[in-house]
Design a protein around this ligand. Sequence first.
Ligand SMILES: Nc1ncnc2c1ncn2[C@@H]1O[C@H](COP(=O)(O)OP(=O)(O)OP(=O)(O)O)[C@@H](O)[C@H]1O
Length: 297
Amino acid sequence: MSEPALRAVELTKRYGRLTALDTLTLDVRPGEVFGFLGPNGAGKSTTIRLLLGLARPTVGRAEVFGVDAADVARAHASLAYVPADVALWPQLTGAEILHLQAQTGPGTDLAYRDELVEQFQLDLSKPARTYSTGNRQKVALIAAFATRAPLLVLDEPTSGLDPFMEREFRTAVGQARDRGQTVFLSSHQLAEVEAVCDRVGILRAGRLAEVATIGRLRGLHRCEVSVAYRGAVPSLSTVPGVGTVEAVGEGQLRFTLTGPPAPALRALADADITALSVREPSLEEIFLDYYGTRAGR
Ligand SMILES: Nc1ncnc2c1ncn2[C@@H]1O[C@H](COP(=O)(O)OP(=O)(O)OP(=O)(O)O)[C@@H](O)[C@H]1O
């Protein structure tokens, strides 16, 4: 399929005077794992509801593999969705729910589903009303990952999972990618996005602030270089890309660097450098650059 798995064209949602999503234009390519990152209230769930045809855009449109999101029956034939708050039929057991979903969804790989039940250590014999939040999330994730749907849409998929289960989740996303499925997941967990996503979109107060691969996102941001030197102090203050330079001890300097390192390396080559280390920003530092201090609308 050459159509994008998901397409948003100037997608906008207003609730009265509040613009929850502001002219979002975005293509998610078939086969990629796309992370949609943003703090509480940034508009992630609103975007997902619009992409799934669960809410109507004020302006713009959304498509799933070229099908208008409003054409729910056709659009949903090629996707599986796990909402942020999973609701299950309380009187049915986990096994009965998985059976029901396999019969009504876009087709399920039953052998793989059994493997997932093992991986996620889910007790299928219990009625869903006795399941914890995390166990309800597991049922929905297992049902979604076991489908052959070309697109998986996961809203805050690990919010109820413990760290061990988060690891299983990451494995399952990797297996989905290997099978060629597209995964679109929203998250405010940076480590998760960093671990599983090919590209990430950063949403801030309803607007898309950036779309980039994890590597490029880091490249756009400053890294921190520490050097030890003998003799004359390296002259860096006018070098392109070099930001703040600070002396951190006898014969030691630390400076920030943005963009290509060649000019800084040339400047350092003229000094007698005895040690050099480069620290890349963590995704958390990049995230904080976008949101200022504490994330918020
Ligand atoms: N039905 C609604 N009516 C009015 N305002 C709404 C409605 N749904 C969402 N909003 C508002 O739209 C904004 C975006 O909310 P949304 O739930 O999409 O954010 P989010 O990024 O998913 O946040 P979280 O991470 O907390 O789930 C918020 O200010 C929210 O209060």
